[in-house]
Design a protein around this ligand. Structure first.
Ligand code: HEM
Length: 419
């Protein structure tokens, strides 16, 4: 029997739960699909052909998303999902590692989650983040200064990608000049998120993940010898002083912060600027009153957020919207869908930069609420302000810039503009 036949004969079947969200139309505008699902099948069992274990669900109503995110009966430990256990060998290797070996706080439940998060939280207090303001402003000015006056440019390449990579590298204490290198590893790894497609994938090794772990491992060892004023050194110190972190947790945390901290912020700036350029009245409104920036950032996060869904696993039998969700079911929690639910947001498809209140869930909710939310907001605000001030005639060069083929982490491949 050849390999393909073996895979087809697998008792776990071949399926891709994200299939409905992968078409070009859905990548361009997933909100139309969310809206349809929310009205006809707000708690939907995803088709998993050939697999009859505890299934996969997709929830699209704000009320359900909000309640699952704060419900301690939903776990983040991927290994509690039957579909993951049953198909483990066929998952991309980075997801295998994240689920089992290199587990970060994102996939930990209390009490481990509480312990690790408390430690890292110290680096992200509002005061510490605000202290980075001038530094971030300088990085943005330098990046914008490299753009040739009068010439077209790509916003992603020029600012949205390098800015968060440089900031997070400096914060963690990895050399900022390496940002292009780990950006490219990160891009490869992040592409595997949103690919829990069980279509006979052969796991293989992800060379990017291995290289990134090796790279971080080396820096951790260096900081152990010679601590500096950075987050990795602070974590090493905490580890030595009170046994607060295991070696693996230290590596997983550094890795999580490096990855979580930049692709998402790149997409806040990219998706956000695209939305503004497509809505000239709102763009003018903001240009005429930059004090709107804080509510504008919240609205851009709601309107076209970088994280469209996350995962929870039912740790006991439960019920959502009249459906029985059995223990071990995996729930895709529709953050992007919730943020467009008309039951909570009036006229949700309209961009309203002054929207208030705006209880969006773009940074999640509850115990795993994004640790970097303040930093992302600050970077987004500084970058958008500087771009709008420097380029008063900014225009899109193409009507429909392409989104990356990733239904979970939503962002543009490029954003070509003219000055
Ligand atoms: C606009 C940019 C960002 C967005 C939209 C975003 C979104 C999110 C979301 C939705 C979660 C919760 C996931 C879940 O509940 O399963 C999360 C968690 C997290 N984010 Fe962010 N994030 C952004 C930027 C950042 C930055 C800049 C950092 C770090 C510097 C960061 C670090 C983290 C960490 C460490 C967690 C895990 C927290 C925990 O498990 O307790 N994020 N983020």
């Amino acid at each position: 029997m050849n390999e393909v036949q073996e895979t087809q004969a697998s008792p776990t079947g071949n399926f891709d739960v994200f299939l409905p969200l992968r078409s070009q139309g859905a990548l361009e505008n997933p909100f139309a699909i969310y809206s349809l699902l929310r009205s006809v099948r707000p708690v939907m069992k995803m088709p998993t052909e050939g697999y009859d274990g505890a299934g996969v669900w997709f929830v699209t109503r704000y009320e359900d998303v909000h309640s699952i995110l704060r419900d301690p009966h939903f776990s983040v430990d991927r290994m509690r999902a039957q579909v993951i256990r049953d198909n483990f060998e066929r998952l991309p290797s980075f997801l295998q590692q994240a689920a089992q070996n290199v587990r970060s706080m994102l996939t930990m439940d209390p009490p481990d989650h509480t312990r690790v998060r408390k430690l890292v939280n110290k680096a992200f207090t509002p005061k510490r983040v605000e202290a980075l303001r001038h530094h971030i402003e300088r990085i943005v000015e330098d990046l914008l200064g490299e753009i040739e006056p009068g010439q077209p440019f790509d916003v992603i390449d020029a600012v949205a990608a390098p800015l968060p990579a440089i900031v997070i590298a400096e914060l963690l204490g990895v050399p900022a000049e390496d940002h292009r290198q780990f950006k490219s590893w990160a891009a490869e790894i992040v592409a595997s998120i949103g690919q829990p497609t069980l279509q006979g994938n052969r796991p293989g090794v992800s060379p990017a993940a291995e290289k990134l772990f090796e790279y971080l491992g080396k820096i951790i060892a260096e900081r152990r010898q010679e601590p500096r004023e950075d987050l990795i050194s602070a974590m090493v110190l905490a580890q030595e002083e009170n046994d607060a972190l295991t070696d693996m947790e230290l590596l997983a945390t550094s890795n999580l912060i490096l990855l979580a901290g930049h692709e998402t912020t790149t997409n806040l700036i990219g998706n956000g600027l695209l939305a503004l350029l497509r809505e000239p009245d709102e763009l003018d409104r903001l240009r005429n009153d930059l004090s709107l920036l804080p509510t504008a950032i919240e609205e851009l996060l709601r309107y076209d957020g970088p994280v469209q869904s996350t995962v929870r696993i039912a740790s006991e039998d439960t019920e959502i919207g009249g459906h029985e969700i059995i223990e071990g079911s995996l729930v895709l929690v529709g953050i992007g869908a919730a943020n467009h639910d008309p039951a909570v947001f009036e006229d949700p498809e309209r961009l309203d930069l002054g929207r208030d209140p705006n209880p969006h869930l773009a940074f999640g909710f509850g115990a795993h609420f994004c640790l970097g939310a303040q930093l992302a907001r600050l970077e987004g605000e500084i970058a958008l302000r500087a771009i709008l001030e420097r380029f008063p005639n900014l225009k899109l060069r193409i009507d429909t810039p392409k989104y990356r083929p990733n239904p979970v982490l939503r962002g543009l491949e490029s954003l070509p503009v003219s000055q």
